[in-house]
Design a binder for this molecule. Structure first.
Ligand SMILES: Cc1ncc(COP(=O)(O)O)c(C=O)c1O
Length: 455
């Protein structure tokens, strides 16, 4: 007799296309069906318990069973499950959340927000707002975007066009014209320098040269993640973002910070731009904004950008962009409760403190395992790059079975992790304790040791 669990596994293979996966491969692979979560722990449908090393997907920053967020969601469902925010219509939670984010980001110079349903929406909003800004300023030729190789900005056509990850662009090309990519300041893999400061200067210079090559009066914005997440957790040198800000100012190019991963504490600072002491012009927010409880995204705009819209006397300033569920009341309620919890329990401080310990422990892997070429990260985000040749820094090929084998070992030993190409990417909930970090790192240590012994 087919059990309910077997049925789930069979139906998964037959009926569900998974993001970033080949449907044929999914038919051959037994899925990991996560059925329950509590704090930093999850259980699969077979009852196997693991520490959540990925916070759902960089999202469940408060862990999985936060009572306050749950209660806010339930109360909102009782009060008003849905209404739209188009034109003059709105509802209390969307207004309260917009005011709360503007207040939280007042030190960054934020003036208003535009809601969407996730990170890709936040990026799409940012790109469209940037183009519209320049039209409002009478410079409609400024339509191009520059971004970083290895960058990830979601999957809508705009975001995909500024993405710097070739493997996820190919199937959907041709993408949006007018998007150009420059080298990312990646210390471990670059052709320029092993000195971080010099590399930061060189890469900021590459951006400037691209702006000049394109013609500054044709460039709308530069978009980048304060720390590149999906590209392999690439932390830029400390001077890079301040220099990028200067380059953008010199050429009047808008700076869009894609904080979908780094926003709301992931790096140990409230926002990744704060880590670098830089104010952007537009910010993309999602994931941690509602701690993953309900989908939500937001595009935050500086006063400068807001003013261009507000002072427009014609119809050009109409925001002809938005979704049925922009600022969904249940999502907004979850976000308001999330912000309460982040503040009440100094969760961002925890991410900084425990994050430091997490990074120290992971750093040992570089010395310990021939398989591990580079460990990098900041706060509670980390990337572990696996190599075929450590001396020459050659990563294992994308087709290698080594990274999935390490992940499988970890799963069996009690830790959920994520693999992207040669990288293991870690992003546990921001409420994780030192003891839980020890569990996660001990499991990974044993898992790398097991696979390292076979290669
Ligand atoms: C930096 C960044 N931007 C945008 C996105 C897209 O967000 P979503 O998957 O919620 O659409 C992601 C998702 O991981 C991301 O990491």
């Amino acid at each position: 007799m087919t059990s309910d669990i077997d049925r789930l596994k069979q139906d998964n293979a037959r009926f569900l296309f998974h993001p970033m996966a080949h449907p044929a491969a999914m038919r051959k692979t037994r899925p990991d069906i996560i059925a329950r979560g509590e704090g930093c722990w999850i259980w699969d449908v077979d009852g196997h318990k693991m520490i959540d090393g990925v916070a759902g997907l960089w999202s469940s920053n408060l862990g999985h069973s936060n009572r306050k967020v749950r209660d806010a969601i339930v109360a909102q469902l009782d009060e008003l499950p849905f209404f739209n925010t188009f034109r003059g219509t709105t509802h209390p939670r969307a207004i309260e959340l917009s005011a709360r984010i503007v207040e939280l980001m007042a030190p960054d110079g934020v003036g208003a927000v535009l809601f969407g349903n996730g990170g890709s929406d936040a990026v799409e909003g940012a790109l469209k707002i940037a183009r519209q800004y320049w039209k409002l300023k009478g410079q409609s030729e400024r339509s191009k975007f520059i971004s970083l190789k290895q960058g990830y900005h979601g999957v809508h056509f705009g975001g995909m066009s500024v993405n710097g990850l070739a493997n996820i662009r190919r199937a959907y090309e041709p993408l949006m014209p007018g998007c150009f990519h420059v080298d990312t300041p990646w210390l471990y893999h670059n052709a320029y320098s092993q000195d971080p400061e010099e590399l930061g200067r060189i890469c900021a210079g590459l951006l400037e040269r691209e702006i000049q090559f394109q013609g500054a009066d044709t460039v709308a914005a530069f978009i980048a993640e304060p720390i590149q997440g999906s590209g392999g957790v690439i932390v830029p040198p400390a001077n890079y973002w301040p220099l990028v800000r200067e380059v953008c100012d010199r050429h009047d190019v808008l700076l869009i910070a894609d904080e979908v991963v780094t926003g709301f504490g992931r790096s140990g600072a409230w926002f990744g731009t704060r880590l670098w002491g830089v104010k952007a012009d537009i910010w993309c927010l999602a994931k941690g904004i509602s701690s993953g409880y309900v989908p939500l995204g937001a595009t935050a705009m500086s006063m400068k950008v807001c003013d261009a819209f507000i002072s427009d006397a014609g119809s050009l300033g109409t925001v002809a962009h938005g979704y049925t569920y922009s600022g969904h009341p249940v999502a907004a309620a979850a976000a308001l409760a999330t912000l309460d919890e982040l503040e009440a329990h100094d969760v961002v401080g925890n991410a900084a403190r425990v994050g430091m310990y997490f990074q120290q422990r992971l750093a040992e892997f570089e010395r310990k395992f021939a398989l591990v070429g580079n460990v990098r990260g900041q706060g509670l985000m980390a990337g572990i790059e696996m190599v075929a040749d450590k001396a020459r820094r050659i990563p294992v090929p994308r087709s290698s079975d080594i990274p999935p084998r390490v992940a499988r070992e970890a799963y069996q030993r009690g830790a959920m992790v994520r693999i992207s190409g040669p990288n293991m990417i870690l992003s546990p909930p921001l409420v994780i304790t030192r003891a839980e970090v020890d569990h996660l790192v001990d499991v990974l240590d044993a898992s790398f040791a097991a696979v390292n012994a076979t290669v």
